[in-house]
Design a binder for this molecule. Structure first.
Ligand SMILES: O=P(O)(O)OC[C@H]1O[C@](O)(COP(=O)(O)O)[C@@H](O)[C@@H]1O
Ligand SMILES: [Mg+2]
Ligand SMILES: [Mg+2]
Length: 344
């Protein structure tokens, strides 16, 4: 039987052998993975555990909260607040930041999370997940503020997600490629299933909510129009489409077999840059995708270089197989040049 490598062992190797992560970060990631395990068990209870359905409240973004959104948020906070590795946390489900209470030891990291991604899929038994991102607390003696969190995605020191599907699988990067671990429920531990995950540079599969087509901008329309024309169009090949409506599941598929995922700006709410959140959805996913050889952009700028100005900032998202993402970027550049020429 081949040797099984647990997440714990992988992290120890990242720390000791490769010197990639300090001990504090290793311990923090252990705690996050334990929280993901707890959430996985809660998710699996479904109707039997009374965890389905709406909670009867709204989050800061005006979205109806599901019971599991709140349960997952509490699990992550409870697991992480006393460990001594963190200074503060931020979540999709909380308006402000959560400071580690004074009664617990204070750490050097900031943790951001989307505790339950794909909330609309909870009640219909479709894959959902937890997304997380770790930043370093800026070095100074002040107490932590929201401004400390407003760092570009390129500053992340760890990022990942745990998908709760037919299997619970945790994908992780500490800046040394992407590794995936599946939860062995009998052993109670995450076991390495793939290291050095690589996304093919080309693809024949796109992922976008087609019902928004009439609201997109011309660059995205052009790209999707050409995909839809298949063999008869300029791309000369047929494309397939997948939309799970859980970013975590769509990105997991792309990390597994390639593809392009888009949730672009659209004109329904023109003042918003996009639907997805920069700091705890696009940044961690963007870094994972890049670490697997893919690309992540808002059409005009690399996502990891977007300087956040708000905790719950939104962003237009185009990520996945490199050549396709670069093509969409090119279409944006061509469209912008045309617009400039018209207005000159
Ligand atoms: O309802 P739509 O347009 O299909 O949107 C689906 C998108 O919304 C999200 O569910 C937002 O995440 P939350 O469930 O964490 O709010 C993404 O995971 C997904 O890509
Ligand atoms: Mg989400
Ligand atoms: Mg969520």
């Amino acid at each position: 039987m081949s040797k099984r490598i647990s997440l714990t062992r992988y992290l120890v190797e990242q720390q000791r052998v490769n010197g990639h992560i300090p001990a504090q970060l290793r311990l923090l990631l252990e705690v996050v993975s334990r929280a993901c395990k707890r959430i996985s068990f809660e998710v699996n209870k479904g109707a039997l555990g009374g965890v389905l359905g709406a909670a009867g409240s709204e989050n800061v973004q005006g979205e109806v909260q599901k019971k599991l959104d709140i349960i997952a948020n509490e699990v992550l906070i409870e697991a992480n607040e006393w460990g001594g590795h963190l200074a503060a946390m931020a979540s999709e489900e909380m308006e402000g930041i959560y400071l580690v209470p004074n009664r617990y030891p204070q750490g050097e990291y900031l943790l951001l999370f989307d505790p339950l991604d794909g909330s609309s899929n909870i009640d219909v038994n479709v894959s959902i997940g937890t997304i997380f991102s770790v930043l370093e607390k800026p070095q100074d003696q002040r107490g932590v503020t929201v401004d400390d969190f407003l760092q570009a995605g390129a500053k992340q020191v760890a990022a990942g997600y745990c998908i709760f599907g037919p299997q619970s699988t945790l994908a992780l990067t500490v800046g040394n490629g992407v590794a995936m671990f599946t939860l062995d429920r009998e052993q109670g531990s995450f076991v390495l299933i793939e290291d050095g995950v690589k996304i093919p540079e080309d693809t024949k599969e796109f992922s976008i909510n087609m019902s928004n087509m009439r609201h997109w901008d011309p660059a995205v329309r052009r790209y999707i129009d050409e995909c839809l024309q298949g063999e008869d169009g300029p791309r000369g090949k047929n494309f397939n489409m997948r939309w799970i409506a859980s970013m975590v599941a769509d990105i997991h598929r792309i990390l597994t077999r390639g593809g392009i995922f888009m949730y672009p700006w659209d004109k329904r709410e023109p003042h918003k840059p996009g639907k997805l959140r920069l700091m705890y959805e696009a940044n961690p996913m963007g870094w994972l995708i890049e670490q697997a050889g893919g690309a992540a952009t808002n059409g005009r700028q690399r996502i990891l270089e977007v300087q956040p100005t708000q905790l719950h900032e939104r962003v237009s998202v185009i990520m996945g197989s490199k050549n396709e993402v670069e093509r969409v970027q090119r279409y944006y550049a061509e469209y912008d040049a045309e617009q400039q020429a018209v207005s000159a």
